[in-house]
Design a protein around this ligand. Structure first.
Ligand code: PLP
Length: 411
């Protein structure tokens, strides 16, 4: 019989969201009249910007005419999209990123996982705790860890705890690690990283020959002009960083699917024979072999994000979610809860009151207020005692949910 990848058996299989669904369904069955409001999952709710829709409609028309029809496109993405990204997302911010260093994909989730294809199996890997679970699970699948302990921590990974004590920014490790996942603005804590903090990571990575895998999926939510949007705004980052970006959260592409990864030319890793090898060439080879590009129609939709109308429309979308986040923060603070994040990010990270565990608070919120959030412990052991509330929802739902929490007097 064919054998399987045994590493999959080490996974704490999709515990968080199925368990949330199980508890919510059980509650809904017993309380059929309860109007449950879900502020749990980080999916967007507002429709696609008109500029993107119009561009995609035009692209569908192109596909219906022999002279404009497109078959397979470049695996790296069309140059007209990559050039706009390079100019507007990077060069306009003083980052030396060329269009040839941008690889269009169908999602940052896939890219964060797929990037492991080009790295060896003996790297020491650091993740923050709590963390976006994809970084951990993809390393487990690739056989880069041992088993998990009963706190859900995998043997072999270096966990960097983040909490209110360190302002939700992990301390730079004293030991040497080879790959470091950083996510700013952060999912789940909503924290952001200052220029000085990112510079310290870049200095560490260059001194140790490490690579920073920088996830900037929520970059568009940065409102503070002092906060860098890209790791490439930091001097030296071209020598030590890869960046993941997505159209999911800035332009509502979670269902449309488009993202990109930036791999600077000249960024190197070590081969088994001790020689230095450029990662750009490996990623280019990986994508050309295992990926056939994002659809022409979707890339035209993404291109429209960079038009003046598209820029105005995504600003409005982001402002809408950030206003939700402001309402959540202010209402929860008024209700007596300790809240973090939600200023330059769509997530509000709440300290559970009265020493409740994350799941106890989840149950309380569900049963008393009929509001669903995400238990912080689902993002890692150090998330215990915290709770994530997402600003991705309608204004009406956010306002109603906050009113219920305030009226319930949970603290
Ligand atoms: N990175 C982080 C930190 C996320 O929270 C998410 C989605 O929630 C993603 C990446 C996935 O983005 P995409 O929709 O481009 O796959």
């Amino acid at each position: 019989m064919a054998t399987i990848n045994n590493n999959y058996l080490k996974l704490k299989a999709g515990y968080l969201f199925p368990e949330i669904a199980r508890r919510v369904n059980a509650f809904a069955q017993n309380n059929p009249d309860a109007a449950i409001i879900r502020l749990g999952i980080g999916d967007v709710t507002e429709p696609l910007p008109a500029a993107c829709r119009q561009a995609m409609i035009q692209a569908v028309e192109d596909m219906g005419q022999r002279e404009n029809f497109k078959g397979y496109g470049p695996e790296q993405g069309y140059a007209w999209l990559r050039e706009k990204i390079a100019a507007q997302d990077f060069q306009a911010r003083g980052c030396e990123i060329d269009a040839s260093e941008i690889f269009i994909s169908d999602g940052s989730k896939c890219d964060c996982g797929n990037i492991l294809d080009i790295f060896g199996d003996n790297n020491r890997i650091a993740v923050t705790d709590p963390v976006y679970p994809v970084y951990v699970d993809t390393n487990v699948m690739a056989g880069h860890t041992g088993d998990a302990n009963d706190r859900g921590e995998y043997d072999g990974l270096v966990y960097l705890p983040i909490s209110a004590e360190n302002n939700f920014t992990a301390e730079i490790p004293s030991e040497k690690v080879d790959l470091i996942y950083l996510c700013f603005p952060n999912n789940p804590t909503g924290a952001v990283a200052s220029r000085e903090y990112l510079q310290a990571w870049v200095d560490y990575a260059r001194a140790n020959g490490s690579i920073i895998l920088f996830d900037a999926a929520y970059e568009a939510f940065i409102t503070d002009p002092a906060i860098p949007h890209s790791i490439f705004e930091i001097p030296g980052a071209r020598d030590c960083a890869i960046e993941f970006r997505s159209f999911s959260k800035n332009a509502g592409f979670t269902g449309t699917r488009c993202a990109f990864t930036v791999v600077p030319k000249g960024l190197k890793g070590k081969a088994a024979d001790g020689s230095d090898v450029e990662l750009w060439g490996l990623w280019n080879r990986r994508q050309s072999t295992k990926f056939n590009g994002v659809s022409y129609i979707v890339q035209r939709g993404a291109e429209a994000v960079y038009s003046p109308e598209g820029q105005a429309q995504i600003k409005e979308l982001i402002a809408f979610y950030l206003e939700n986040a402001r309402i959540i923060r202010e209402e929860l603070t008024a209700a007596g809860l300790e809240v973090h994040g939600g200023v330059n990010a769509p997530y509000v990270w709440v300290k559970t009151p009265a020493g409740l565990t994350s799941w106890d608070f989840f149950d309380k919120l569900l049963h008393v207020c009929n509001v669903v959030g995400t238990p912080g412990s689902g993002f890692g052991a150090a998330g215990e005692g915290y709770f994530r509330i997402s600003a991705f929802n309608s204004r009406e739902n956010v306002v109603t949910a906050m009113q219920r929490i305030r009226d319930a007097g949970l603290v």
